[in-house]
Write a protein that binds this ligand. Structure first.
Ligand code: B4P
Length: 182
């Protein structure tokens, strides 16, 4: 199975991705986690990503797409994968579709976790990651509305999109995701 979890920051992509990964035995590939690991390792890629991330801006498409291309070619992603937080721009969506089409491995579904702004701010303020301060959260939400949310249309046009309410019990949301991919 090849899935994509789409939604605003704090919508539960990481939370649901981990559960899906465990149950289906395929890796959850989070661009946020990959970028944070690169920053922690002090690699050249990490240095490029750090400034954008600390301000809540998107890291450049070529950096993120290159990273995803490499990760999806690792052996554990051969039977499938769950993308968490990728794509986040039209450029990333097109690059992904082209890459998967060229390999004859199309996406099965894009799950959009819908959560309103106030709930997101409450969740992220409680989490306290380095980029979970109020100014950065507001910018991440702004970036989501202007650059990421419009990409939903791209997947809708291709009949790949299912929107699921991301508010409520984690297990209830998970059951709705499973029903959508069954
Ligand atoms: P991410 O790491 O993807 O950050 P995120 O969107 O905040 O994470 P996520 O949405 O997975 O959090 P979750 O809901 O699991 O990105 C960080 C930064 O990296 C970006 O701002 C950007 O700079 C860069 N980046 C990443 N991908 C990129 C890309 N493709 N292109 C360019 N730049 C990119 O968890 C949130 C909290 O909610 C948790 O505390 C959780 O416990 C809680 N929660 C989850 N479900 C809940 C529920 N049902 N009820 C209550 N709380 C819940």
């Amino acid at each position: 199975m090849r899935l994509c979890l789409f939604g605003p920051p704090g919508s539960g992509k990481g939370t649901q991705g981990e559960k899906l990964s465990e149950e289906y035995g395929i890796p959850e590939v989070s661009t946020g986690d990959l970028l944070r690991a690169a920053v922690a390792a002090g690699s050249e890629l990490g240095q490029k990503a750090q400034e954008a991330m600390s301000q809540g801006n998107l890291v450049a498409d070529d950096v993120v797409v290159g990273m995803i291309r490499e990760r999806l070619h690792e052996a554990d992603a051969e039977p499938g994968f769950i993308l968490d937080g990728f794509p986040r721009s039209f450029g990333q969506a097109e690059a992904l579709q082209e890459m998967l089409a060229a390999e004859g491995k199309p996406l099965h579904r894009v799950i959009h976790l819908d959560v309103d702004r106030e709930e997101i701010i409450t969740r992220l303020m409680a989490r306290k990651r380095a980029d979970d301060n109020e100014a950065t959260i507001r910018n991440r939400l702004e970036v989501y509305s202007s650059q990421t949310r419009p990409v939903l249309e791209y997947f809708k046009e291709r009949d790949l999109l299912t929107t699921i309410q991301g508010v409520g019990e984690v297990d209830e949301i998970y059951a709705n995701i499973k029903a959508a991919i069954a």
